[in-house]
Design a protein around this ligand. Structure first.
Ligand code: NAP
Length: 155
């Protein structure tokens, strides 16, 4: 290896070592700090729609909302995957949550699917018991549009 190539590589090695040192230091400090837990907010009576809810961030948000007692609609393009996700959420939240966690079909990249979703919304599955939520047919309190199509759907 020529001395010239060492001249080029040495700053790179130093930069990598410096980066590793800073990362290790940051991780160490982060572990020493107290863990932050968000305050529990009771969302009983609130209705939420979460798109892309069968995996990733959408799933985590849907589960967190269900754990806070919200009625959650998992809007998924693949309803079998959505049902699996709903089962996992119900398992995590307790059997009573099965009345609050539902799956609806929605492909955010298709305008026809979006229209269809909106048209079926008033007939969506709702809580068995007669409650304030059931009376509010058009209401959605939270729309978590987690998975957005990068290009607007073609009408
Ligand atoms: N993860 C990150 O660090 C990060 C950071 C910044 C931004 N984001 C953005 O946040 C969003 C979610 O990220 P993620 O990591 O949770 O992604 P992911 O794990 O890939 O989840 C994507 C979810 O969206 C669904 N989906 C895909 N196309 C859809 C469509 N046309 N209609 C309805 N649902 C659809 C997928 O369903 P299928 O299972 O049917 O494919 C899946 O459930 C993405 O838009 C991503 O770009 C993520």
């Amino acid at each position: 290896m020529s001395s010239q190539s060492w001249l080029v590589k040495t700053p790179l090695y130093l930069a990598l070592m410096w980066d590793s040192l800073i990362t290790s230091f940051t991780l160490l400090i982060a572990n020493l700090l107290p863990k932050l837990t968000p305050p529990f907010v009771n969302l009983d009576g609130k209705v939420a729609i979460v798109t892309g809810a069968n995996s990733g961030i959408g799933f985590a948000i849907a589960e967190a909302l269900a754990k806070r007692n919200a009625t959650v609609y998992l809007a998924c393009r693949n309803t079998s995957k959505g049902q699996e996700a709903a089962t996992q959420i119900i398992d995590a939240c307790g059997e009573g949550s099965s009345k609050r966690v539902h799956v609806l079909e929605l492909d955010t990249s298709s305008m026809a699917s979006v229209r269809n979703f909106a048209e079926r919304w008033p007939q969506r599955p709702q809580n068995d018991q007669v409650s304030a939520i059931d009376a509010r047919h058009d209401v959605c309190d939270l729309l978590i549009w987690m998975y957005a199509a990068y290009r607007p759907p073609i009408p």
